[in-house]
Design a protein around this ligand. Structure first.
Ligand SMILES: Cc1cc2nc3c(=O)[nH]c(=O)nc-3n(C[C@H](O)[C@H](O)[C@H](O)COP(=O)(O)OP(=O)(O)OC[C@H]3O[C@@H](n4cnc5c(N)ncnc54)[C@H](O)[C@@H]3O)c2cc1C
Length: 383
């Protein structure tokens, strides 16, 4: 039977009620960080659900985390300010040493330490991660880091950063993805000593940044696992990320559908509710059907993940279908609202901008399709 986490959802709804549209709207205008919301999520324990009980978390599965994020988005909020605090630690949990886990996980679980910066993307490499240029060179008991990242979200609101850097040239390995390593970087010590962060204003309020490394020395024990295997370590966290982002998209879609349904029922033009017109009600019904179908795939992927089974195809399909469903619902909702869809006070335009992100990040739709074509359908690799 499908686990619905109704009790968790009810608690998230109660929390979200304290952060209405106006809260998010004001922050959006000022590009502010939702500190009070993140604090409330932390205190409720929602950001520590994936951390095992032994380290102070609640040891729940991805299904529970997905329910939390879906509900945040369904209530009109946005989990982007803190969702990475839930899952970036997965790399540390799965591949870190006992000493690293003991040093960091309890603090992360308690919310005293923020690990929600994930620095992979670089300006010149794009989706081709094997071509990153940031390097970490071993020098005695340290690594010296040089390079640049872009779109490192929440770096200004994080104590720690998970960093992917080259420790060996691309050409030196058997495969292009060999020779990259992953580091748990303590930004509190690094800021001003070779690490600088520059905010990157964007279409949505996502607290994203550019990060520069200039001869930054970090302790050698910042390395997670073995040198050169970093990309593999990240890979198994990507399915978790895709499932959780898909859940956020489902939440958005459901918010748009409910918003449109209500407006179409109440708005009277030509002496009848606009929702009486099939031209208005059919797109709402279509968006609803697409969302319900995508949600089934999200649940399937989450169940496989929590059962410890392979779920690459399902996690990718969940992300693809949910992102499409949320964008379809967003477009429908804006159209249903007519001119008022553009007015800030309805929150539709804000959510419309926010949900568009899922077509591009954390992985773009084309790359999901390329994955399915190559790895599931056996078609020739296209790039
Ligand atoms: C708001 C925001 C927050 C982000 N947060 C983070 C973060 O915290 N950490 C992080 O590391 N990154 C982050 N990213 C980066 C994000 O993961 C990338 O933007 C995304 O993966 C796409 O990479 P790119 O921008 O380099 O696009 P490119 O790789 O330059 O691609 C551009 C376009 O070409 C298409 N394309 C490229 N190659 C192919 C191909 N072979 N076949 C078909 N189409 C192709 C892509 O689908 C895309 O539409 C964030 C991005 C945004 C916008």
């Amino acid at each position: 039977m499908m686990e619905t986490y109704e009790d968790i959802r009810a608690s998230v709804r109660a929390l979200a009620a304290g952060f209405p549209g106006e809260y998010w709207r004001t922050l959006d205008r000022e590009r502010g960080y939702p500190t009070a919301f993140v604090q409330a999520m932390t205190e409720a324990g929602f950001l520590a659900v994936l951390i095992p009980e032994a380290y102070g978390g609640s040891g729940l599965g991805i299904g529970a985390a997905a329910a939390i994020l879906e509900e945040v988005h369904k209530q009109g909020g946005n989990g982007g300010a803190c969702h990475a605090q839930m899952y970036v630690m997965g790399t540390l949990l799965r591949h870190g040493s006992e000493a690293q886990k003991a040093a960091y996980l309890p603090g992360i679980a308690a919310g005293e330490l923020r690990l929600q910066a994930f620095a992979v993307t670089e300006p010149t490499s794009g989706t081709d991660t094997s071509r990153i240029r940031t390097t970490a060179v071993r020098d005695g008991d340290a690594y010296v880091v040089n390079g640049q990242k872009v779109w490192t979200s929440r770096a200004e609101h994080s104590d720690l950063m998970l960093l992917l850097a080259r420790t060996a040239p691309r050409e030196a390995g058997e495969k292009p993805h060999d020779g990259m390593s992953v580091f748990l970087l303590d930004m509190r010590q690094a800021l001003g000593h070779g690490l600088s962060i520059r905010p990157l204003r964007a279409m949505i309020n996502h607290h994203t940044t550019e990060v520069f490394f200039d001869e930054l020395r970090i302790p050698a024990d910042s390395l997670i696992g073995e040198e050169g295997r970093g990309f593999r370590y990240l890979l198994d966290g990507l399915n978790a990320e895709r499932i959780l982002i898909a859940a956020e998209a489902i939440g958005d879609a459901r918010w748009f559908i409910e918003k449109a349904r209500t407006y179409a029922t109440e708005r009277v033009v030509f002496d009848r509710p606009i929702g009486q017109n099939q031209g208005i009600q059919f797109p709402i019904a279509r968006a609803y059907a697409a969302t319900e179908a995508a949600d089934l795939m999200v649940n399937k992927a989450a169940a496989l993940f929590d059962g410890g089974e392979a779920c690459g195809a399902e996690a990718n399909m969940a992300k693809l279908l949910a992102a499409d469903a949320s964008w379809q619902a967003a477009d429908m909702c804006l159209q249903t609202h007519g001119g008022f869809g553009f007015a800030e006070e309805y929150d539709v335009e804000r959510k419309f901008r926010e949900t568009r992100l899922f077509q591009v990040a954390p992985i773009s739709t084309n790359l999901v399709l390329a994955y399915l074509a190559e790895h599931v359908l056996g078609l020739p690799r296209s790039y």
